[in-house]
Design a protein around this ligand. Structure first.
Ligand code: PNS
Length: 174
């Protein structure tokens, strides 16, 4: 049975912190699904389709940022979206045994633990928490959007295709 994991999140947009977790998780599992989840508590900047395209573009360029992805023969990366329904239902559908989450801080841990317990309770799906690389430990999608909107440089935090998309969305909002 292949070891399949799902890495869910808003990815609005993907950051270098997310990319690091993707690369590390892809080494642990034979198949990794990056799942763009609609979070009803958040008004997204980018549509799910746009986020998927941004993730695809970033993965294609990942080597440039010193984030080598495992070779395609060892690990398969799938990018998908969940617009409604439970995360564990998606896991069941694709045969995933685990969820992957990146943890930057105690606050992240407090946010993740109840969800991890509920997901295990609902469907026996385990959550693997991966400590964020300290270099990325303070980067968040919301801060990156705020910096970009206010005219700051976000090259250190997100891949080049996302820098461009953020600049375009900041211009649109003016
Ligand atoms: O990047 P985010 O916004 O912090 O990700 C939150 C996410 C998508 C992981 C969370 O909202 C989620 O798990 N949504 C799926 C809905 C679900 O299954 N909920 C019940 C169990 S927690």
């Amino acid at each position: 049975m292949p070891k399949i994991a799902v890495y869910p999140g808003s990815f609005d947009p993907l950051t270098f912190g997310h990319l690091d977790i993707v690369a590390r998780a892809a080494r642990l599992f034979e198949e990794l699904h990056i799942l763009v989840v609609h979070n009803p508590k958040k008004a997204p900047r980018f549509t799910s389709e746009e986020r998927i395209e941004l993730i695809k573009g970033s993965l294609a360029e990942a080597g440039r940022y010193g984030t080598p992805m495992p070779s395609a023969s060892h690990s398969k990366i799938v990018i998908a979206t969940l617009e409604q329904g439970l995360l564990v239902d998606y896991c069941r559908k694709v045969g995933a045994q685990a969820l992957v989450k990146g943890v930057r801080s105690n606050a992240d841990l407090e946010y993740e633990l109840p969800m991890a317990r509920v997901n295990r309770d609902l469907a026996g799906v385990e959550t693997i928490l991966i400590p964020a690389d300290p270099a990325q430990g303070f980067v968040s999608s919301s801060l990156v959007k705020q910096v970009a909107d206010l005219g700051g440089s976000v090259e250190k935090y997100v891949p080049a295709n996302i820098v461009k998309a953020l600049a375009a969305s900041a211009a649109d909002r003016k």
